[in-house]
Ligand binder design. Structure first.
Ligand SMILES: [Zn+2]
Length: 327
C-alpha cells in the first residue's frame, strides 16, 4: 500500500499505471485473505518491528489452533490484531504434533483461541507456554452432540454457522474486549456485521440443500464430523470412523460403512481435505458409489480452492453436497 501511494504521489498515473495498481490491490487483498496465518506477519519488512518503528503494528498477537478459528477472529478483529494459526492446512487437528515454532509463537501471544471439547488433544503439550487466562475455548458452552458410544462431545460445532454465531463469535468478541477495551466498539460492530453474514449463510445453505430430496439427505465422510451440520439441516450423517485418531480406517470400520452405503443406496460419499482419500476410495470401489467431491471440515482451503474463508468453505461444502446428492 505504502509503495503504491508514494508512486501515485510522484506522477499523475497513466491508465496503465492505474490498471497495475488496481490489479495489485485486488491481488494483495485476495492473497492476504487466503494465506493469513500461514506466514509470519512480520515477514514483511515494512511491518517488522525490528525494521520500522511506525505505530501501524497491530497491538495484539493472537494465535488460534486451527485455520477456521483464525478466520473467525479476523472477522471480529480486523486489523487491530495479527492472527496466526498452528495446525497447517491439510493436517488433522486431532492428531497434530506441536512444533518448536508453535511454542515460540504461543510464548509471544496475547491470546490463544482453541476450539475446546478435546479437539486439541495436544493442548497439554503447549499450555505451559501461555498463561491459563489467555487460553479461550471458543466452542465450549455450546450445545453438544456426543461421539457415538461415548459421553465425550463431538468437537466440530463450527460446522453449524448458527453455533458459530451464538458461541464462537461471542467468546472471541468477549475475550478481545477484555484484553483490549479500547477496541470495544470496533469489535462489537464487526461482530454484529459478521453475525448477520452468518445468519445469511445459514439461510443460503438451507435453500441450497432444499435441492436434495429426502432419501438422499445423507452425508458420509471419513471422519464422522458433520453431526452439527446434519442436525442443523436435517441430514443423516455417518463416517468410517467417529473422530480422527491413530487407529482410523480399520477393515472393520470400512466394512461397516460399505454395508451402510449398500443398505441405504447412498448416491455419493465424500472425502475431507485433511484425510487420505484411500479409505473412501475403497468404499467407493466396493460399493460402486461415486466420490461426490472433497469437502472441508477441519481446515480452510488453500488459495484458489474457493474455501479460504469460513463462509466460502461452508458454501463450497454445501455446493459439493447438493451437486452430488441431488437428482
Ligand atoms: Zn476433525
Amino acid at each position: 500500500m505504502r509503495n503504491l501511494k508514494s508512486l501515485a504521489r510522484k506522477n499523475r498515473p497513466s491508465f496503465a499505471h492505474l490498471m497495475v495498481l488496481i490489479i495489485g490491490l485486488l491481488m494483495t487483498g485476495w492473497v492476504v485473505g487466503c494465506t493469513q496465518g500461514e506466514e509470519e506477519p512480520q515477514a514483511d519488512p515494512q511491518t517488522d518491528p525490528e525494521e520500522s518503528d511506525t505505530a501501524e503494528d497491530p497491538p495484539l498477537e493472537v494465535i488460534t489452533s486451527i485455520s477456521i478459528l483464525a478466520d473467525l477472529v479476523e472477522n471480529v478483529a480486523g486489523d487491530r490484531v495479527s492472527v496466526d494459526y498452528l495446525v497447517p492446512l491439510g493436517e488433522e487437528p486431532e492428531e497434530y504434533e506441536p512444533t518448536p515454532s508453535d511454542f515460540q509463537k504461543l510464548s509471544e501471544a496475547d491470546l490463544f483461541f482453541i476450539n475446546g471439547y478435546h479437539l486439541e488433544t495436544w493442548l497439554d503439550q503447549v499450555s505451559q507456554n501461555i498463561s491459563e487466562g489467555r487460553i479461550v475455548a471458543t466452542a465450549e458452552g455450546g450445545p453438544t452432540i456426543p461421539l457415538e458410544g461415548s459421553n465425550i462431545p463431538d468437537p466440530h460445532l463450527w460446522l453449524d454457522p448458527l453455533l458459530v454465531k451464538n458461541y464462537y463469535v461471542e467468546a472471541i468478541t468477549e475475550a478481545l474486549i477484555e484484553l483490549d477495551p479500547e477496541g470495544k466498539e470496533v469489535y462489537q460492530e464487526r461482530a454484529e456485521a459478521f453475525k448477520e453474514a452468518l445468519v445469511e449463510l445459514d439461510a443460503w445453505i438451507e435453500t441450497k440443500l432444499s435441492e436434495v430430496e429426502d432419501p438422499h439427505r445423507v452425508v458420509i465422510t471419513s471422519e464422522n464430523c458433520f453431526k452439527y451440520f446434519g442436525d442443523a439441516y436435517d441430514f443423516y450423517v455417518e463416517g468410517i470412523w467417529e473422530i480422527n485418531a491413530p487407529e482410523e480406517g480399520t477393515p472393520q470400520q470400512i466394512a461397516k460403512i460399505i454395508d451402510l452405503v449398500n443398505d441405504k443406496d447412498v448416491p455419493a460419499v465424500f472425502v475431507e481435505s485433511t484425510i487420505n482419500p484411500q479409505y473412501m476410495e475403497q468404499v467407493s470401489e466396493e460399493t460402486g458409489t461415486t466420490i461426490g467431491g472433497q469437502v472441508y471440515s477441519d481446515d480452510l482451503g488453500p488459495e484458489g480452492s474457493g474455501a479460504c474463508t469460513y463462509i466460502d468453505m461452508m458454501k463450497t461444502n454445501t455446493r459439493v453436497f447438493a451437486d452430488a446428492l441431488s437428482p
